[in-house]
Ligand binder design. Structure first.
Ligand code: G6P
Length: 370
């Protein structure tokens, strides 16, 4: 069993460490040799089809849904096509407006989640084309979709998803660039810049992994609390939601992720002395805005732990109690680095609480019933 875990105590930790390789494997063969364009030869979509897409709906469950939240921002900002995101169990019953110029993207690690599969069928019944982003070749979702983008994360055993989520992000970056270069919404220089930054992601993830002992100390402190909050704006908010879910799944600590600017409309009432708040601040444009939200919670006694870009530590340190710096990448790519410390914190918090990290209570790796 230790051999299966490659020397790690748990599959989750092994899988967290496999992410640099999983990123490389998911990019492999999908970037032109000159680094200037994406080549997704597995897709059957013609340029004419892509030009006719009027709306995209991303549908998934759990962690895959959270990847979809980042995917929405990625596609909208690269390709300027409107994107809706839904959890699959809601999508199927809300009578979604699906037309022939709607592209539906289903995201599923296993490719076997019942709600996601039902959503896929609903989309096809209504005439939409369906693209599946999945980790399992030959899964039900892969077989029934019109197009498939495989994430090459390798088998994921731990119930709490890590490398599946991050490779889903990579798939969204590649697909967003594919749309952008087909539609001409971004020029070649920009596409090349994003691709170059993507190639650095594995190394940047390694750098975070090297500092995991720091995160263990932070997690040990957080694990003593029964309630905490995650805040962020833009894609940082999407990553916050994944960080909160991860923590709930394996540490059983209650947490909520909030769009930082929305706190003042209600949730701020819950902030009291000593409540931990995990703040993500990787988006330079929103930096000042999030900082002012941090001041709001600090003024009410919160203990703020921030994830910030390297280079911004000195300034951020004035406003927060503790921080962790991640290597800087392009704002759109930040989720692929920023989520790593959150995965590690959840892992260590679960460990500190003596939980079964790989097999949390009440949860299943793949939910094949409704
Ligand atoms: C289960 C798992 C989650 C996962 C979700 C969707 O609830 O416990 O970790 O995110 O299913 O799974 P999928 O295989 O469709 O990505």
């Amino acid at each position: 069993v230790t051999a299966e875990k490659a020397g790690f105590d748990h599959f989750m930790m092994k899988e967290i460490h496999e992410q640099p390789k999983a990123y490389r494997d998911t990019m492999m063969g999908r970037i032109a040799e000159d680094g200037k364009s994406v080549q997704l030869t597995e897709l059957g979509m013609t340029a004419d089809y892509i030009k006719a897409i009027r709306k995209i709906q991303i549908v998934a469950c759990g962690t895959a849904y959270h990847a979809g939240l980042v995917g929405k921002t990625v596609i909208e900002s690269l390709a300027r096509i409107p994107v809706e995101t839904d959890v699959a169990s809601e999508y199927r019953y809300r009578s979604p407006i699906i037309t022939e110029d709607t592209l539906v993207i289903v995201v599923s690690q296993s490719g076997e989640t019942a709600d996601t599969l039902a959503a896929l069928r609903e989309a096809k019944r209504n005439g939409a084309r369906v693209l599946a982003i999945t980790n399992v070749v030959g899964s039900s979702v892969a077989r029934e979709a019109d197009d498939v983008l495989i994430t090459s994360a390798g088998p994921e055993i731990a119930v709490a998803s890590t490398k599946a989520y991050t490779t889903q992000l990579i798939a969204f970056y590649l697909f967003g660039l594919h749309l952008a270069q087909t539609l001409g919404t971004k020029d070649q220089a920009y596409v090349a810049e994003v691709l170059a930054a993507m190639k650095n992601l594995p190394e940047q993830v390694e750098q975070v992994l090297e500092q995991k002992t720091v995160l263990r100390q932070i997690a040990d402190n957080l694990s003593k609390h029964n309630n905490l909050f995650f805040i962020g704006r833009g894609v940082d908010y999407a990553v916050s939601q994944e960080g909160s879910l991860k923590l709930k799944e394996i540490s059983y600590i209650h947490s909520e992720a909030y769009a930082a600017g929305e706190l003042k409309h209600g949730t701020l009432a819950l902030i009291e002395d000593g409540i931990p708040v995990v703040a993500l601040i990787t988006q330079e444009e929103l930096y000042e805005k999030t900082l002012s939200n941090i001041k709001e919670v600090k003024a009410r006694g919160a203990f703020v732990f921030a994830v910030v870009n390297a280079g911004a530590e000195v300034e951020a340190a004035k406003s927060v109690d503790e921080l962790f710096a991640i290597p800087k990448t392009l704002p759109l790519l930040a989720p692929a680095v920023a989520v790593i410390p959150l995965q590690l914190i959840s892992y260590y918090a679960s460990l500190a609480r003596g939980n079964d990290v790989d097999k949390p209570r009440n949860l299943a790796k793949s939910v094949t019933v409704e």
